[in-house]
Design a protein around this ligand. Sequence first.
Ligand SMILES: NC(=O)c1ccc[n+]([C@@H]2O[C@H](COP(=O)([O-])OP(=O)(O)OC[C@H]3O[C@@H](n4cnc5c(N)ncnc54)[C@H](OP(=O)(O)O)[C@@H]3O)[C@@H](O)[C@H]2O)c1
Length: 498
Amino acid sequence: MSLISSRPTTTTLRALAPYRLPVELPRHAVRWHTQGPADHPLIRHLRAAPYPRQGPRATLVALGDTWRPELAGLIAGAVDTARHDGRRVTLVHTGAGGGSLLRGLAAEHQVEASCLQLLSTGTAALRSATTLLASPPTTDDLLIDDTATVGTTGWRPVPLPPPARLHRDDLVLVTGGLGGLGLAVAAGIASAGAVPVLVDRRGPEDLPPHLTRRLGLLRHAAPDTRIIAVDLGCPERTRRLLGGLAPSSVVHCAGQVAGGTGRTLDTDTVTRLVTAKVDTLHNTVAAIDPRRLTGVIAFGSVTAYGAHPGLGGYALANELLRRAMARLATAGPARHWCTVEWSLWSGAGMARQVARTAARRLGMVPVPVRRGVAATVDLVGALRSPEATSLPGALLVAGVRAGAQGSWARRPEGLPGIDAELVVPPGADLDAAVTAVSEAAAPWLRSPPTGRPAGRVGLGSEALLVRASVHGDRVECTVAPAADPTAPPIRHYRFSAR
Ligand SMILES: NC(=O)c1ccc[n+]([C@@H]2O[C@H](COP(=O)([O-])OP(=O)(O)OC[C@H]3O[C@@H](n4cnc5c(N)ncnc54)[C@H](OP(=O)(O)O)[C@@H]3O)[C@@H](O)[C@H]2O)c1
């Protein structure tokens, strides 16, 4: 019996891996006003230099390398003040993160904001950061290294691993296992031959009817399935209930969402969202017996990138999850750690009520449960193999469907590296369409775009697909026949933020 809906779908998954993309950005003198410790390297550097007479005014929020709950209030306060006095806000940190929260809050309050991560606190990096305190906003942090090279996150397509079979003695611990995606993933794990252990704060008796039914099907098909009820936010109880378990893999699905359009979150809610994703990960990893552990997959979200008004707390939880996983990859007990930063899923999980209607209206392509579960199971299998070193530590995964670009196909989550697309009917103004699509992909683009078309080719009387994708501070825009979007582009444009 299949435990996952077998409804046919033409949607496939597209996986992208992040890489550091060098960018050139305009540099300015900035009249700064700082919030943060006086001994922060950048604050010390700024105070030792002459104060600029001219330039935009920025509130600089300077953070170190560790996130603390009170920092959410500091960032929210800086945005609030900036809204009243017309400043912009620039967050600079050495690893703590927080850019996703800043971008979300700034978008809510129409404040200009950007975020820099110092990979070095050497003089060259500090000098470079000083001239970038008013850089144009990007979808992710700007990274400045010890050679003063500035980069942001670029995206390259990567293949997902091939179908995997798991082993009967594989114990796969699924946190948030009684949630919508956790239960679906557990069913996929059981179908692939391994034993799922579902760990969740709720017990089976707390489930809504549709999940009770799914759990019943899972238990019927895989009677070995284990369920452990524990609040993974509590280290002692987690240790007591998970201690002694020796899973070969962990799929970390525990999490919470709060917020939405027009809602400003209080800092307690932001902390609760971070705890539900990040503390639960640390407590789980610390509690289990690591001797058989080969891989950990964490369910993150694309909201960690870009600006998401009303969802800044959720975005922050996902950004901090990725940062926590990257740290564990260098010091944690498993061989492989992979954060999968999903776009919206349809048919299950926390977004199931909104996914279909929102997706249809906005022309986005959500991840079908069946495909998302299969990809997760294949990743679990891949992380067990010695070749797993070729898998990136973070992957962005979204749905794509040929022909879904019939109208606006801009993804509302602002998927970095994924196109904004528009079909332009014959005879329409192509230049206007290219401008609109590029601006949809990169709202920070100066209007009108300053790039020039490369390789002009005569256009016929056919409908055209205009597709734009963001690469750091550049937008690549292509024009292809709508009837065959995979054909070589007939026009190619490149725009930049400068
Ligand atoms: N659904 C999507 O479209 C989507 C897209 C991208 C990423 N994700 C991520 O995928 C993961 C699973 O999402 P979902 O849609 O399945 O959400 P869900 O249905 O709300 O499931 C999450 C589960 O985690 C549990 N949980 C929260 N805090 C916990 C804690 N301290 N200890 C133990 N369990 C805890 C929740 O219990 P309570 O209900 O009691 O809080 C819930 O059962 C989440 O991390 C989410 O951010 C989802």
